[in-house]
Ligand binder design. Structure first.
Ligand code: 8YV
Length: 331
């Protein structure tokens, strides 16, 4: 395969990334920036050598099996690959890559913003002055939240993003606990000052804020199950900037509706962008802070992600192993 290979990009990318892709490859862009339909995706996967999808493209086994023999690389624009059946792709001889590392700091910043915002009622507060008729003026008991410093933070998943969150959390005076498939190297654990819990259940029962930083895989689907959500203290907060599917949303909604949990801050949802209407009701009651999947939404992250996609494609087209290859065994 040569640089004349056809590259199909499913969504609009930053101008500089699109310009570079056009310069380097025979690039087809989705000019309207609407998510591609399944039929459009199927056509793209039959007529391109390389597909550059995003989280909005569901590339399941059926689509992969129908793809024909031309498609050789799926260079995902994003870190999470839960929308791609990686095992089916690899079995068909299609290489899959992602964009790890470059969005770590931005997602960690957003996570901290959400951790800070929830106990201090930021989402409720920012609405009061624009709707000034709701502001009776200051009083000693007005809009009281909860102090964050000195509290216990539990991080589920201590990869790059978990570690970046841990470093920031310590600066805000939080004690950091974490659960991971296995403990991170002692040197990292000491540097971030975090305590390992082999038992997720025990950690959940102990901490004041839980934040999720694990990929969505079959093993982490509904990791925060109805049973585990019951382990959380009633005054605890839950933050999710990873994937909606990691939490049993129905069970979480029930706990919030019944005041069995202090609150949740969510950037991702099961089946997004469709949102369960009960979330909106809970947001109006100040029990949840809802963000529309903005964790990595900075210009810098998007440009860096685009550059990673380009490096992966170029390396692949040069017949070398792309740096960010994803294998089913990694998931
Ligand atoms: C991206 C993300 O915006 O990289 C990921 O896994 O969830 C997001 O931060 C999205 O995936 C782009 O495809």
């Amino acid at each position: 395969m040569s640089d004349a290979a056809a590259i199909h990009v499913t969504r609009r990318l930053p101008d500089s990334v699109e310009a570079r892709m056009r310069e380097l490859f025979d690039t087809r862009l989705n000019a309207t920036d609407t998510p591609m339909t399944r039929t459009e995706l199927a056509v793209a996967m039959k007529t391109a050598d390389v597909l550059v999808p995003t989280v909005t493209d569901k590339i399941d086994r059926e689509l992969i099996e129908e793809a024909g023999d031309r498609l050789k690389l799926i260079a995902n624009f994003g870190n999470g690959v839960d929308h791609i059946d990686v095992a089916a792709a690899v079995a068909k001889g299609i290489t899959v890559t992602n964009t790890p590392g470059v969005l770590t700091e931005d997602i960690a910043d957003m996570t901290l913003a959400m951790i800070l915002a929830m106990p201090r009622r930021l989402a409720e507060g920012v609405r009061i002055i624009p709707d000034a008729h709701d502001w009776p003026g200051w009083s000693p008991t007005w809009m009281l939240g909860r102090r964050l410093s000195g509290k216990q933070l539990g991080i589920v998943g201590m990869g790059r993003i978990g570690q970046a969150v841990a470093r920031r959390a310590r600066a805000f005076g939080l004690a950091v606990h974490y659960h991971n498939r296995k403990p991170v190297a002692k040197r990292i654990e000491q540097a971030i000052g975090a305590t390992y819990w082999e038992s997720l259940d025990q950690m959940l029962a102990r901490v004041d804020v839980v934040t999720l930083h694990t990929p969505h895989t079959p093993a982490t689907y509904h990791l925060l199950s109805a049973r585990r959500l019951k382990l959380l203290k009633p005054d605890a907060y839950l933050v999710n900037t990873a994937r909606g599917e990691i939490i049993d949303e129905d069970a979480l909604i029930a706990r919030l509706e019944n005041n069995e949990l202090a609150g949740a801050a969510l950037d991702v949802f099961e089946g997004e962008p469709r949102i369960d209407p009960r979330w909106v009701k809970l947001a109006k009651q100040g029990k949840v802070l809802l963000m529309p999947h903005m964790g990595s939404a900075t210009i810098e992250s998007r440009v860096d992600m685009g550059e990673k996609v380009i490096v992966n494609i170029r390396t692949f087209l040069d017949n070398h192993r792309p740096p960010d290859r994803v294998l089913p065994s990694m998931l």
